[in-house]
Design a protein around this ligand. Structure first.
Ligand SMILES: O=C(O)CCC(=O)C(=O)O
Ligand SMILES: [Fe+2]
Length: 468
């Protein structure tokens, strides 16, 4: 049996880091650090933490870099190199005066025009500019707790006004939904969805059984190994990217700092609260690590739209919403299917077959409820409509989604979702061999430019799939 040596772990960590798998690389490096904290190892840890680029990883990078400096010079690491990593970590952690001091030490250690001196002096100028900007920003920040609360309140009001421009403060609470116990109202639902465990034989034919037949299903067990399941918490997010402005609702151009949205979630008692739908979380430097903390379930790995690269319309969203928020009745865009994985909370889902006439899916007579409010649809209509004798071909599917469960929504199915508890989920829309005809039909009808690129990419990717 091979015995793992520290060299193995170091080599494995380095390889993982080279592939961009910084969290995994850190796990390999950290397995060594208590016993053998060499300067090189602490430097490697600091650099990986810096690549993660979150607030908490910046602080861990500072700590590791300080140790590297204390241990330097190592066999392959010089003191100026270790100091420079420390200075970079201090910049990331916004400890700018200390970073500037450290850059000056680097320059004192290696005067001249070597590579380190050149980059350190450039970074020193950047840090000096950043310090001025930071101090200017600090000067405009509220000075007291009260001023912070007032600022937050102002931002929340602005976001709500952008979302529903005509609504007064009373309109947001007109139905007093906040007083209702949603779980008591909807806890006993039809529950008529098929559940498939990834360990069951049935999962091996999920494509033929569910995707080809366009049958919704819930997949269990696909999220068991997701790091998201333990790491995605409100506290963790706040410490990693509380300052990050995220997209709350791109249709209305609403953006908010994560911390402000978190405070809104905790404080609000709106009937139909704001719901965070961010499709750029894979791109902001401070949140892109989230993409490595979940895996696309095996049944949905193939994605014919992936080849479109930057031309691809938004396709993955981080969903965070307080109880009573949700998605009003809709079909997903461009004939795509979707998977929706719940990390925490509870969601109530209702789905109707694609051919269900839309007029069957809302009140017959005009009522004062807002069309695109999920809570109004559920509480003013679905609560009683669910008891109807539904024609067999339009029979709805209604169920509760629990954490760890992935919902499969086939192309063109109507669906509405209500968060019964504060809920955090990730969802992706996709196109594979089972729904490529739907995607082609929708795309070519409404997005000619995209359709042209899609056609080209389909021809080269899978010449056998010819929906056109
Ligand atoms: O609110 C939800 O979880 C459902 C989201 C959804 O249906 C969508 O993004 O298309
Ligand atoms: Fe949807």
């Amino acid at each position: 049996m091979a015995i793992a040596t520290s060299d193995d772990a170091l080599g494995r960590g380095t390889r993982l880091a080279e592939q961009g798998l910084f969290t995994e690389a850190l796990a390999a490096f950290r397995s060594l650090s208590p016993g053998d904290p060499t300067a090189e190892l602490m430097e490697a840890i600091a650099q990986c933490e810096l690549m993660l680029d979150t607030a908490s990883s910046a602080h861990r990078a500072v700590e590791a870099a300080r140790q590297a400096v204390a241990l330097a010079p190592g066999a392959t690491l010089t003191l100026p190199e270790a100091q420079q990593t420390l200075a970079r970590a201090l910049v990331s952690a916004f400890q700018l005066p200390e970073a500037i001091e450290t850059y000056k030490q680097v320059l004192a250690l290696c005067p001249g025009d070597g590579e380190i001196a050149a980059s350190a002096s450039e970074e020193l100028s950047e840090a000096t500019v950043a310090l001025v900007a930071h101090e200017r920003r600090l000067a405009t920040m509220p000075k007291t707790e009260e001023a912070w609360v007032a600022r937050r309140r102002r931002l929340q009001m602005r976001a709500r006004a952008e979302r529903r421009p005509g609504w007064s403060e009373q309109d947001w609470k007109a139905h007093s939904f906040a007083r209702l116990d949603l779980t008591a109202i909807f806890g006993h639902c039809m529950g008529n969805i098929t559940r498939v465990d990834v360990h069951d034989e049935k999962y091996t034919s999920f494509g033929k059984e569910f995707q080809e037949r366009s049958s919704p299903a819930v997949i269990c067990g696909a999220m068991d190994d997701w790091r998201a399941m333990e790491r995605w918490t409100m506290e963790g997010f706040a410490s990693d990217f509380g300052h990050q402005r995220i997209i709350c609702d791109h249709r209305f151009g609403i953006r908010m700092r994560f911390d402000d949205f978190r405070a809104y979630m905790a404080e609000q008692d709106d009937d139909t609260p704001l719901y965070l739908f961010d499709h750029a979380f894979g791109e902001y430097p401070s949140t892109r690590f989230l993409v490595d903390q979940y895996q696309v379930p095996e049944a949905f790995e193939s994605d014919l739209l992936a080849e479109l690269g930057p031309l691809r319309p938004p396709y993955r969203w981080l969903l965070l919403g307080p109880r009573r928020s949700g998605s009003a009745l809709h079909k997903d865009p461009l004939g795509t299917s979707a998977w929706n994985a719940l990390v925490s909370g509870k969601k109530l889902w209702v789905l109707f077959p694609p051919c269900t006439p839309p007029e069957l899916l809302r009140p017959e007579v005009a009522s004062d409820f807002s069309e695109e409010s999920a809570s109004c649809w559920f509480l003013h209509w679905w609560k009683s409509a669910r008891a109807r004798a539904w024609p067999e071909q339009f029979k709805p599917i209604e169920f509760l989604q629990e954490p760890g469960e992935v919902v499969f929504v086939p192309a063109r199915w109507w669906h509405a979702v209500l968060n019964l508890e504060d809920s955090l989920a990730v969802t992706q829309n996709f196109c594979n061999e089972w729904n490529v005809a739907d995607v082609w039909r929708c795309t070519s009808a409404t997005h000619p430019v995209l359709a042209r690129h899609f056609r080209q990419s389909l021809k080269s990717q899978c010449p056998e799939a010819r929906p056109f």
